[in-house]
Structures are given as C-alpha cells and as structure tokens.
Design a binder for this molecule. Structure first.
Ligand code: G3P
Length: 217
C-alpha cells in the first residue's frame, strides 16, 4: 500500500520523506488554509520535495471552471494530481482532464455508487472519506471494501486512495482490504510505530544492558 501524507505542512512532509515513508501528498482547501501559504507556492514546494503524485484541489463548482483551474494547477509540476469533488460537474472535469493526460483525484466520495461513477469517468484516484462516515456511525472501512470488490469485479484501474484517516488502525485495516493508497496526517503515520509492549520491552533491554555492562562501541 502506498502512503500519501495528508498535509500542506512542508516540514512534516520532509521528516517523513527522509524515512522513505512518502509516496505522495494530498492537500485540499482546508489544509492550504491551515498552512497559511499561497496555494501555488506551497504546492510547488511540495512537488519539488516528493517524486510521487501531489493532489491540489480546484475550488470552482462548474465543470468549465474546474477544467480551467485544473489546467492551471497541472502547470505547477508534472506530478500534480488535480483534485475535483464528486459531483456531476467534477466528473465532467475528470473526464476532460484525464483525456488530456492529467492525473485526477476525485474526492469527497461517500458511496460505492459515487466511486463507480468516478471509475467510469477515468479517475486516476478515488478518495473515499473513512473518518467522516465513522463520525456518522457508518463504518467507513466498509466503503473501502465495497469499492475494492466492485473495482476488482470489472478491472477498473482507478486507484483507491483511502482518505479522512483518523487512526493507525485505519491504516492497517485499509491495507488488509487492499486499498491502493492511504493518505493520512503525519501524526497518524507516526502513530503506527507506537506499541506499549515495545516501549516496555525496550525499557527492560536498556536496564539489562546497563546491568550487564554491555559496551558495543
Ligand atoms: O484528504 C481528506 C482529508 O483531509 C479529510 O480529513 O479528517 O477532515 O475528514 P478529515
């Protein structure tokens, strides 16, 4: 499973990128707002930092305007994936932009039917939002499973990009289901390393090494 980092915080991206943990980056208008930076400037910086796809989202609501914005965003770098919302206008923009050879990430997906439409429109990525379904007591991971089943039934090439990931558990569960990509905040990716027994065991090893007087260098 590919790891994308869901942030526009370039310092956080750099830290994980140095560990080889960044296969791509996703941003959206809320993450750009949080960064406090100009979308073109911060997106260009991110595209220069990572070789994988970097999702930058349009803000227009009508297809023609989305297409114009998508073309502008795609000029930033070759690894830009244009993010469009899962509306009919977004699907129209997806079809036009993918036919022009651009990567398109269709976002704000909350149902299998929406994901089916995105695949038919030629989306490079579909972004089903797990956490926001969980917030409504609907199991967001079930949506990932449903999309995986449907896409595999018909050989759709659209990549399942699990999004709105809120926990390390979401990451492992997405991997078990077979999501192609999971995009998560930096803190969630880092939390994947945490385990109480690891900490406990390491504390004991340090104690015993000291008692044994172990010297290695
Ligand atoms: O990529 C989508 C993600 O940023 C949304 O996450 O936690 O706001 O649902 P969240």
């Amino acid at each position: 499973m590919k790891f994308f980092v869901d942030t526009a915080d370039t310092k956080a991206i750099a830290e994980l990128n140095d560990l080889g943990m960044v296969d791509g980056v996703t941003t959206n208008p809320s993450l750009i707002l949080k960064s406090g930076r100009d979308i073109h400037e911060v997106t260009k910086e991110i595209c220069d930092m990572v070789s994988g796809p970097v999702s930058a989202e349009v803000i227009a609501l009508k297809a023609d305007d989305m297409i114009a914005e998508g073309r502008k965003l795609a000029e930033i770098a070759d690894n830009i994936a244009v993010k469009v919302p899962l509306t009919w206008d977004g699907l129209k923009a997806c079809k036009v932009l993918t036919d022009e050879g651009k990567m398109v990430n269709v976002t704000l997906c909350f149902s299998a039917n929406q994901a089916l439409l995105a695949a038919k429109a030629g989306a490079t990525f579909i972004s089903p939002f797990i956490g926001r379904l969980d917030d409504l007591n609907i199991d967001g991971l079930d949506l990932i499973s449903d999309i995986r089943e449907i896409y595999d039934n018909y050989g759709f090439e659209t990549n399942i990009l699990a999004a709105s990931i809120r926990s390390a558990n979401h990451m492992s569960e997405c991997a078990k289901i077979g999501a192609d990509v999971a995009t998560a905040p930096p803190g969630v990716i880092k939390a994947m390393a945490n385990h109480l027994l690891t900490d406990k065991g390491l504390d004991q090893f340090v104690k015993d090494a000291k008692e044994a007087g172990i010297k290695i260098v």
